[in-house]
Design a protein. Structure first.
Length: 613
């Protein structure tokens, strides 16, 4: 039989359709060859579009998700407690076309996160009282109509679809109330959405680990909430699901750990302690003071960084799965009555962070109003603290005096965890020296100021060390470690530095790239992570003006006044990247890879084009 391909058929093949029939011949199905996406030598970001809510510093743009079928962006607007829907058919000019709210399904509720797959939008929705159970609500991306809902755990946060779109996992963070009188159990809800009209959820919890608390703590998992079981203390933050849909990894940020889940068995199979980053090493150097107003990235012996990842993702390389984390760091601070708590009433909250220099008070820890109540309780009789002179001699510490170590230009301003790093007795209680002093031989800082690559069992493969801070110092020296609201040199050096928070991965051809949002410094770091053992820096995109020269106005165009009655000035830039999502070229409205970023401080959703080089 002779095959003749019509002009229409050729056109269809050109468009990548799977086959065609010629009316003048017998049926002939022709499958065009799969065209592999070209592998770039490198890439670069350029911002091509932006949607502005006009709401500043009130979390009006947090988590974005993109639906390829409708070319729409769904963005969590925490200020409104719902999701803004943007038409991104023209990505250079996103247009607000609607909103998604779950308040008809759960009264007075708020949306925390959003995910989209195959035209279905999933919302993680917390109850008015955050310690009550929440829901996941499903909507159509096309007509924005409600489809169904299912009950989940307390404070559902990040959620994600499995690759086959048959399952949704949601991290139920389950934070306590402000005085810890109610502390729900953290969990992951595994939702079967094979029939989206009738979703069913199974709670995967940590109860089986309650009797392993001592072992987990010994391994390095931070479990420290007042009177908390393991299940109560673990707070799932972010989830990534393996390519085969069988395994999930969940970041436990405050606990400095990652949980591994067997999705089919609906069981937590492992909890990996992530360990600590030694800031005494040159390649892990950091700037610890916000008062010297200069760039001073150096090694600090005795200082350890807790990785405490927020966002987590994964990818395949050389046949193996690797996890990638943005090591933001986070401390617990819950206060029902601040005055009473610092006066010694431990039932009024819990605070674990303290400035290093405040550990050293000649009045001791029982100086009312100066120290967290829980520190006062564990160090009864202590006359204060000291630094181990065998570790901190380099900054002048002696057997009784921290000396210059606590100066503002040294370690004094660094925010650390008071509940770690001190000498203990065999039973774990604080050990006092002959002078009645509690000895700190290590200081634990929040976050690692980096992103890391781990294997599937939680073993560190690679960490960016001090490079994020060094790149900021190199490219924006006048605004090094600046804040996202008020730009000032060195402002965040005492507290998590540039603060990497959001992360997303994009594969282009045979290369894999990671995009990291720096929450405080703002801007996006780009790395080629195709080789997990040797990632390479590609770009730091930041087009901030660093100038507060725009009058902040309300919806009617009237100036908003500050607390002193003066016109409030703001910086007209994309500030505080919270969530990031990568859009492959095949799904993109302009046939180019895109990066979409929700900026919580500026209330803007930024669209970047990923340019192939």
């Amino acid at each position: 039989m002779k095959f003749k391909i019509s002009a229409l058929c050729v056109a269809m093949l050109t468009l990548g359709l799977v086959g065609c029939n010629d009316d003048n011949n017998d049926t002939a199905v022709i499958t065009p060859p799969v065209v592999e996406e070209a592998t770039p030598e490198s890439i670069s970001l350029s911002r091509i579009g932006r949607y502005e809510t006009g709401i500043f510093a009130e979390s009006a743009a947090e988590i974005p998700a993109f639906d390829a079928s409708t070319k729409r962006i769904f963005v969590v607007n925490a200020k409104k407690g719902l999701v803004d829907v943007l038409d991104a058919t023209k990505p250079e000019a996103p247009v607000h076309i609607g909103e998604l709210s779950a308040r008809d399904q759960l009264a007075d509720s708020e949306v925390n996160s959003v995910a989209v797959k195959n035209g279905i939008v999933a919302l993680a929705v917390q109850a008015k009282t955050k310690t009550d159970k929440g829901i996941v609500a499903f909507f159509s991306a096309k007509d924005l109509k409600f489809i169904s809902k299912v009950d989940v755990g307390a404070l559902p946060d990040m959620l994600t679809f499995s690759p086959d779109a048959k399952t949704v996992l949601v991290a139920n963070e389950a934070e306590p109330n402000n005085d810890y009188s109610v502390d729900p159990e953290g969990s992951i809800s595994i939702i079967n959405v094979s029939d989206i009209t009738k979703p069913t959820a199974v709670v995967t919890d940590f109860k089986a680990w309650n009797d392993k608390k001592a072992d987990l703590i010994q391994s390095g998992v931070r479990i420290f909430g007042p009177n908390a079981t393991v299940a109560q203390d673990l707070e799932p933050e972010y989830i990534t699901i393996s390519d085969d849909g069988k395994t999930a990894w969940v970041s436990l940020q405050e606990n400095n750990a990652i949980a591994k889940i067997d999705i089919g068995a609906k069981k937590v199979t492992d909890i990996f302690a992530l360990g600590y980053k030694d800031h005494g090493l040159a390649n892990n150097a950091l700037d610890v003071s916000d008062k010297d107003k200069k760039i001073n990235i150096q090694a600090w012996q005795g200082v350890q960084g807790m990785y405490q990842p927020d966002a987590i993702s994964h990818y395949q390389a050389n046949g193996s799965t690797y996890l990638v984390t943005a090591n933001e760091g986070d401390s617990r601070e819950w206060l029902a009555d601040e005055t009473a708590y610092f006066a010694g009433n431990s039932s009024k909250g819990y605070v674990e962070a303290i400035r290093m220099k405040h550990l050293f008070n000649v009045k001791g820890f029982n100086s009312k109003g100066d120290y967290p109540a829980h520190l006062q309780q564990i160090a009864i009789g202590a006359k204060g603290a000291k630094l181990d002179p065998t570790v901190f001699a380099y900054c002048g510490a002696t057997a009784t005096d921290p000396a210059l170590c606590r100066d503002d230009a040294q370690l004094g301003r660094l925010n650390i965890a008071w509940n770690m790093g001190y000498a203990t007795n065999a039973d774990g209680s604080p050990k006092l020296d002959a002078n009645g002093l509690l000895t700190y031989n290590k200081l634990y800082a929040y976050g690692a100021r980096s992103f890391s690559i781990w294997d599937a069992q939680g073993k560190l493969v690679w960490d960016s060390g001090s490079e994020l801070e060094r790149k900021v110092a190199e490219l924006f020296p006048n605004y090094f470690n600046s804040d996202h609201e008020a730009p000032a040199l060195d402002d965040r050096s005492d507290n998590k530095g540039p603060e990497p928070e959001g992360i997303t991965i994009g594969k282009i051809g045979k290369k894999t790239f990671v995009f990291i949002g720096l929450e405080r410094q703002s801007g996006i770091m780009v790395y080629d992570i195709s080789n997990p053992q040797k990632p390479t820096f590609i770009q730091y995109f930041n087009d901030r003006t660093f100038k507060q020269d725009q009058v902040y106005t309300d919806a009617k165009g009237q100036p908003i006044l500050d607390k002193d009655g003066k016109q409030r000035l703001i910086e007209k830039s994309d500030l505080g990247p919270e969530g990031l999502t990568f859009v492959a070229a095949k799904d993109s409205p302009n046939a180019k890879p895109l990066l979409i970023v929700g900026n919580e401080v500026s209330g803007t959703t930024a669209v970047y084009q990923v340019n192939i080089r």
